[in-house]
Design a protein around this ligand. Structure first.
Ligand code: HEM
Length: 138
C-alpha cells in the first residue's frame, strides 16, 4: 500500500493544485446545497470566492505542495482562526459531510480517499475543541 504521508505523495495523489481546486469547488458546492450544511454556510460570507481560493492554497500546502498560503496570505492557525465560530459536533460533522461528498466525486484511488478523510478529520476536531475552549472563556 502506498504511504501517502511520505514526501509529496498525497499532493500527487490528489492531482496537485488542479485536483485540489476541483475538490474545493465541489466542497463549497455541497456546502451551498446540502440541508445539513445550512448552519455552517450561514457562518460564511455571501461571496465564497476568496474563502474558496484560500482553502485551495491551504490544502495545497497541507498535503505537501508549495506553501502559497503563507506567501499570499501570511501565517494561519486553523484552530485559532475558527475559535470564535460556534462549532460543536454537528457543525464539525456537517463540514466533514461536505468534504466527504466532494471527495466521493474525485477520480482518486479509494485508499487515498480514505486516507484524506481520516487526515482532515484531525484538524476538524481541533477546530471543534478550539471553539469549545473559546466559548467557555478559556
Ligand atoms: C470543523 C468545521 C469547520 C467549520 C464549520 C468551518 C467554517 C469556516 C468559516 C465560517 C470560515 C470563514 C469563511 C468566510 O468568512 O467566508 C472558514 C474559513 C476557512 N477555513 Fe474553515 N471551517 C471548518 C474546518 C476547517 C478545517 C478542518 C480547515 C483546514 C484543514 C479549514 C480551513 C479554512 C480556511 C483555510 C479558511 C480561510 C481562512 C482565511 O480567511 O484566511 N476549515 N471556515
Amino acid at each position: 500500500m502506498e504511504d501517502y504521508g511520505a514526501g509529496g505523495a498525497s499532493y500527487e495523489a490528489a492531482g496537485r493544485e488542479e485536483g485540489l481546486g476541483r475538490l474545493v469547488d465541489a466542497f463549497y458546492r455541497h456546502m451551498n446545497t446540502l440541508a445539513e450544511a445550512r448552519t455552517i454556510r450561514a457562518m460564511h460570507g455571501a461571496d465564497l470566492c476568496l474563502t474558496t481560493e484560500k482553502l485551495k492554497v491551504f490544502l495545497t500546502a497541507w498535503l505537501g505542495g508549495p506553501n502559497r498560503y503563507r506567501e499570499r496570505f501570511g501565517p494561519i492557525s486553523i484552530p485559532g482562526f475558527h475559535a470564535h465560530f460556534p462549532i460543536a459536533e454537528p457543525e464539525r460533522d456537517a463540514w466533514l459531510l461536505c468534504m466527504q461528498r466532494a471527495v466521493d466525486e474525485q477520480p482518486w484511488a479509494t485508499a487515498f480517499k480514505q486516507y484524506f478523510m481520516r487526515a482532515i478529520a484531525v484538524p476538524a476536531e481541533r477546530v471543534r475543541i478550539a471553539s469549545l475552549d473559546h466559548h467557555a472563556g478559556k
